[in-house]
Design a protein around this ligand. Structure first.
Ligand SMILES: Cc1cc2nc3c(=O)[nH]c(=O)nc-3n(C[C@H](O)[C@H](O)[C@H](O)COP(=O)(O)OP(=O)(O)OC[C@H]3O[C@@H](n4cnc5c(N)ncnc54)[C@H](O)[C@@H]3O)c2cc1C
Length: 408
């Protein structure tokens, strides 16, 4: 008698694309395929599937998961200024990764590679300090896990220390896949409010290339710190005459980044994310310590805590996470409270709200292409564009003063 056909998910709300099912399949019968918006979903090749059910067992999203309550919280910065400046917030990930690499371990995380001018955000393994830069900096787009869970398991089984980082659902996915405790594994989840698809991100870059009459995109940094700790993008173009051009785009002047900040372009399950809460999937949670000016103003008297260069929040969720953090010397850290961090990071308490217009915007994108939603942005966000263009023309010192007044 043949077994029932396997249904991986019955609703898009129940799949985060961690790819645990694809990594575990003994018949290599599962592939990730794009939907109409470019979001990845696992699809079974029925000709290969033997209905063993391994894929259903490892699905963390649909099975109960162990989550850890915060033990201690800190405000922290990496003392190494060069590392701090390459990082989105306080550079704590780089400090943790450096200590693991120096002990001969392997670090997994999200890299943004470019192939023929097209962006490819995906998880990779880094074994050398010289390659760590690939994982540094936030990439506000879904990073494809590919076969990194499998790779991490091999490293863990060989006894190597592994630091695996990603969004909370990707970390839960890793545990779902491993189904076993490893003493040599430490995990980092980032505070996350949702991820857009890799296709939409690439379409945004291609649209910018066309608008600026460039040949192709060579690199993109979501949060360049040249203009301070914030959300300022930096695109590196190759021009048609062979020269290079760097363009800085503050988030509120770019359609993709504004839609991201306002929650218009996330994956379906992000709007009901079960990891957007105080109980975390990783041993350590990292985020920006937004609001430190109000929550811990006394720390800003310390020269190392500079709001121009970025400050992290660390939440230690397990003994292993606590030990890892205590191990790091290149970091200044001071205790704070979970509530203080959560005040400006709502994702530690609830998932992002689904804007009413999300459906219309995504439909417009899938039917008429990225340029149509970019045009929509320039029409509907005119006031925002004017205000932010003026604001960004001021030197950083003046901008910080304006922000301080606005936040009072
Ligand atoms: C999609 C997304 C949304 C986020 N939203 C918030 C938020 O609302 N509030 C907040 O405080 N912080 C948020 N963060 C986290 C924040 O941007 C920093 O990543 C975090 O503070 C760590 O900073 P760092 O300076 O220590 O390290 P960095 O060097 O800046 O960050 C590197 C770390 O981020 C991971 N990473 C980068 N991009 C991705 C990705 N696409 N998918 C999975 N992992 C990734 C890397 O694997 C690595 O662990 C978000 C991060 C992402 C990726």
């Amino acid at each position: 008698m043949s077994k029932d056909k396997i249904i991986l998910f019955d609703d898009k709300k129940n799949c985060c694309a961690c790819g645990a099912c694809m990594n575990v399949c003994p018949k290599d019968a599962i592939r990730m395929e794009e939907d109409e918006y470019g979001f990845l979903y696992p699809q079974i090749d029925e000709t290969k599937c033997v209905q063993c059910g391994a894929c259903k067992k490892v699905c963390a999203y649909q099975n109960e998961q162990v989550k850890n309550a915060p033990i201690k919280c800190y405000a922290a910065v990496n003392k190494n200024k060069a590392e701090l400046m390459k990082s989105a917030s306080g550079g704590i990930f780089a400090a943790m990764a450096t200590s693991v690499l120096k002990e001969g371990g392997v670090v997994f995380g999200a890299a943004l590679d470019f192939e023929d001018g097209h962006a490819h955000p995906h998880h990779v393994a880094v074994r050398e300090l010289s390659q760590l830069y690939r994982l540094q900096g936030s990439k506000y787009v879904q990073s494809a896990i590919e076969n990194t869970y499998m790779e991490a398991k091999k490293e863990l089984d060989s006894g190597k220390k592994v630091l695996f980082s990603g969004t909370p659902c990707q970390i839960a996915g890793l545990y779902g896949y491993l189904r076993k405790e490893y003493e040599n594994l430490c995990t980092v989840d980032v505070i996350c409010h949702g991820v857009p698809s890799a296709r939409m991100f690439d379409d945004f870059l291609q649209n910018e290339t066309k608008k600026r009459n460039a040949k192709s995109v060579k690199n993109y940094i979501f949060r360049d710190k040249k203009k301070g700790w914030g959300m300022n993008g930096r695109i590196q173009f190759e021009m048609k005459n062979g020269t290079e051009k760097i363009v800085y785009i503050p988030a509120r002047l770019a359609s993709y980044n504004t839609f991201f900040l306002d929650g218009f372009n996330y994956r379906e399950n992000c709007y009901s994310c079960k990891y957007a809460c105080s109980k975390r999937s990783g041993d350590v949670t990292l985020g920006d310590y937004w609001g430190i000016e109000r929550e811990n103003p006394e720390l800003l008297k310390n020269k190392e805590f500079d709001v121009e260069n970025g400050i992290s929040c660390i939440i230690a969720n397990s003994k292993k996470g606590m030990d890892k953090i205590q191990d790091i010397f290149d970091m200044s850290m001071y205790k704070t409270q979970f509530e203080k961090i959560a005040n400006k990071n709502g994702q530690l308490k609830h998932s992002s709200k689904r804007p009413e217009k999300r459906e219309n915007l995504m439909k417009l994108y899938s039917q008429k292409g990225y340029s149509s939603i970019d045009e929509y942005f320039h029409k509907k966000y005119r006031k925002q564009i004017i205000v932010h263009t003026i604001f960004n023309a001021f030197p950083i010192g003046v901008r910080l003063k304006i922000k301080k007044v606005l936040h009072k």
